[in-house]
Design a binder for this molecule. Structure first.
Ligand SMILES: NC(=O)c1ccc[n+]([C@@H]2O[C@H](COP(=O)([O-])OP(=O)(O)OC[C@H]3O[C@@H](n4cnc5c(N)ncnc54)[C@H](OP(=O)(O)O)[C@@H]3O)[C@@H](O)[C@H]2O)c1
Length: 311
């Protein structure tokens, strides 16, 4: 039975944002990252250049030959094909970083006797320099064959993260949490910034106008938690303001109205839970919001072109 520990040699196939960030973070934490390959030589060289003792390799097979634990940090769709394209030894392990995929993606590895792991950082990675500093305090969702579990738990802690072991059936919903926060939060900001465009600001000015508020929301959530950190017209029960918002969105930004309405409906129970909004008042606001839902489904309204779409 193979064992994996801090002396295990680590390799990476896929030298992008996550692969590069993790290679750098593991190396800084004392792990032996020895080899990296990617689709392009320049990406492999770029990661190797940041990690002392790590060599760029021409092929994935050369990484597998040089390492004990191999992280497959390609895009999700390439993990299975890459795993099947190389020969594995029974004394090694393959690990992917996908949040949506489970261990079965690595069945070709298990068929050759090697161990399988999934090690998903619940964080957004856009590049290596910022990403390699992005591990402290984050959650790492782990699934692994028994022989690899302890290694991945220790690696998560060594880079400053909190390991959480997941059941395969929980993986898709777990991943949704990361997509809502990491990916769609950026889309949410883009949507709010598009409303700023209607006010005459550029998108970039809109983002900068909203960012301090986003930071403060994070600070308030961290210090006060839910529901105490929620505020705004839904907490205050400002029905007149809600009506003004709905009318303004219908007139000026109808494509944003459904998002606003559905989030507002989700905000009401939080405001009630906080003790700031009376249940009867919440019900009144809920009806107004639902009415606007029915209104926006009238034929023709959804197909009206929004002026912001032409920007
Ligand atoms: N980005 C995130 O925020 C995030 C967060 C958590 C988990 N993840 C997961 O991390 C994994 C990697 O995502 P990423 O964001 O780092 O992607 P990425 O930045 O696009 O990097 C993927 C890398 O894989 C290389 N590659 C593509 N196809 C390949 C192949 N067939 N063989 C070898 N290398 C190949 C790419 O090639 P080049 O050589 O051309 O550069 C690129 O460097 C995914 O499973 C993703 O779900 C991502």
């Amino acid at each position: 039975m193979p064992g994996f520990d801090r002396d295990s040699r680590i390799g990476f196939i896929g030298a992008g944002a996550v692969g590069g960030s993790l290679a750098v973070a593991l190396s800084r934490s004392g792990y032996r990252v020895v080899a990296v390959a990617s689709r392009s030589w320049s990406s492999a060289e770029s990661v190797a250049g940041r990690v002392p003792g790590c060599e760029p390799r021409e092929t994935g097979q050369k990484v597998v030959d040089a390492a004990d634990v191999v992280f497959l940090t390609t895009p999700d769709d390439a993990i299975g094909p890459v795993a099947s394209s190389v020969s594995w030894r029974p004394d090694q392990a393959a690990v992917h970083c996908s949040g949506a995929g489970s261990l079965d993606v690595l069945d070709p590895v298990a068929e050759q006797g090697a161990a399988r792991g999934a090690f998903h950082p619940l964080q957004q990675f856009s590049d290596i320099d910022n990403g390699s500093k992005g591990f402290p305090g984050i959650t790492l969702g782990i699934e692994a064959d028994e022989v690899l579990r302890e290694f991945l738990r220790e690696a998560a802690q060594a880079i400053g993260g909190n390991p959480v072991f997941l059941r395969p059936e929980d993986k898709p919903l777990y991943h949704v949490t990361g997509v809502l926060m990491g990916n769609l939060l950026s889309t949410f900001v883009a949507t709010a910034a598009s409303v700023c465009e209607d006010l005459g600001l550029t998108r970039s000015q809109g983002v900068h106008a909203l960012l301090p508020m986003m930071r403060q929301v994070a600070i308030n959530l961290e210090s006060m938690g839910l529901p105490n950190a929620v505020s705004g017209p839904y907490v205050r029960g400002d029905i007149g303001t809600v009506r003004k918002h709905l009318a303004a969105l219908k007139e000026g930004a109808p494509d944003v109205l459904p998002l606003y309405r559905e989030l507002a409906l989700l905000a009401l129970p939080l405001a009630v839970e906080k003790g700031a909004l009376a249940p009867a008042r919440a019900e009144e606001i809920r009806e107004i919001l639902k009415e606007s839902r029915a209104g926006s489904r009238r034929p023709g309204l959804q197909s009206e072109k929004h002026p912001a779409a032409e920007h």
